[in-house]
Design a protein around this ligand. Structure first.
Ligand SMILES: NC(=O)c1ccc[n+]([C@@H]2O[C@H](COP(=O)([O-])OP(=O)(O)OC[C@H]3O[C@@H](n4cnc5c(N)ncnc54)[C@H](O)[C@@H]3O)[C@@H](O)[C@H]2O)c1
Length: 258
């Protein structure tokens, strides 16, 4: 059996791939030979990642749409003629979408909505749009990026944790429904990542918050986008055809899956 992960001939849609974790995943799939559809809300970000990929001979196209808008998602997937692999990465826990840490009782419904819309409805929309072509083909892969906030719980981030846990539940339901069609559906659950929005924190070796956080990690560094890319490409590969409905913590050993 060949152990090289070869995604050549596969079209992979990565949502929120204009920066951070999603960009890393897009670059990983391109390096494995896939044609990457780089989605982002912001066209200029998606276009930059497409340029990076094509500059080194990879195949990529930009597909700017908002995952919270089902009509836009469905139209984009239809225009592509379907995708073989869907990576649900778009999320809004970072500085850009974060409206402040607060205990649940100190929040109002309007504050929950942005988290549920992107991290839960966004995933529902993309899965619903992508599955019919995968079913027709008899092959497909869905990988959803969740967070340990949703897997193990996290104080002061209740709406985000709820949305991520919901997305993880969708993965299990879709795994049960679609295994017979040759489709696998899995979650990757991330711990703290080093991405452009958190770069300032991590690049300062004396930053007290970074020090405090890392003391809780068995492997004392934040996660990198390429760590996620390696696991996402593997889960999407032909070699991972018997893995479905699972949640893989990718978190430097801060907590374990049982
Ligand atoms: N950064 C972390 O420490 C961390 C930890 C655990 C889980 N995660 C998860 O990893 C994923 C990526 O996180 P990141 O830190 O790279 O985020 P990021 O904010 O750096 O990048 C997210 C990208 O998604 C895009 N995006 C946001 N809303 C969108 C929408 N509605 N439609 C399309 N694109 C949209 C943004 O424009 C941005 O380019 C998210 O699902 C996040 O919840 C991140």
């Amino acid at each position: 059996m060949a152990m090289e992960l070869d995604l050549e001939g596969h079209r992979v849609l990565v949502t929120g791939a204009g920066q951070g974790v999603g960009r890393g995943i897009a670059l990983g799939f391109a390096a494995a030979g896939a044609e990457v559809v780089v989605n982002d809300l912001r066209l200029e970000r998606a276009a930059r990642v497409v340029e990076e990929i094509t500059a080194v001979g990879g195949a990529a196209v930009a597909s700017p749409f908002d995952v919270t808008d089902y009509a836009a998602v469905a139209a984009a997937v239809k225009a592509l003629g379907g995708v073989d692999v869907l990576v649900n990465n778009a999320g809004n826990a970072g500085a850009e979408g974060w409206s402040g840490l607060a205990t649940f009782v100190d929040t109002e419904p309007a504050q929950w909505e942005p988290f549920l819309r992107v991290n839960l409805y966004g995933v529902l929309h993309c899965c619903r749009a992508a599955l019919p072509a995968m079913i027709a083909k008899g092959w497909g892969r869905i990988v959803t990026i969740i967070s340990d906030s949703g897997r193990t719980g996290e104080a002061n981030m209740a709406a985000y944790a709820t949305a991520k846990a919901g997305a993880a539940g969708l993965t299990r339901a879709l795994a049960l429904e679609n295994g017979r069609h040759g489709i696998t559906v899995n979650n990757i659950s991330l711990g703290t990542m080093r991405t452009p929005v958190t770069e300032k924190t991590w690049s300062d070796p004396d930053n007290p918050m970074a020090k405090k956080l890392m003391a809780r990690y068995t492997i004392r560094r934040p996660g990198l986008p390429e760590d996620v890319a390696a696991l996402a490409v593997f889960l999407a590969s032909p070699q991972a055809s018997w893995i479905t409905g699972q949640t893989y913590p990718l978190n430097g050993g801060i907590s374990f899956a049982q």
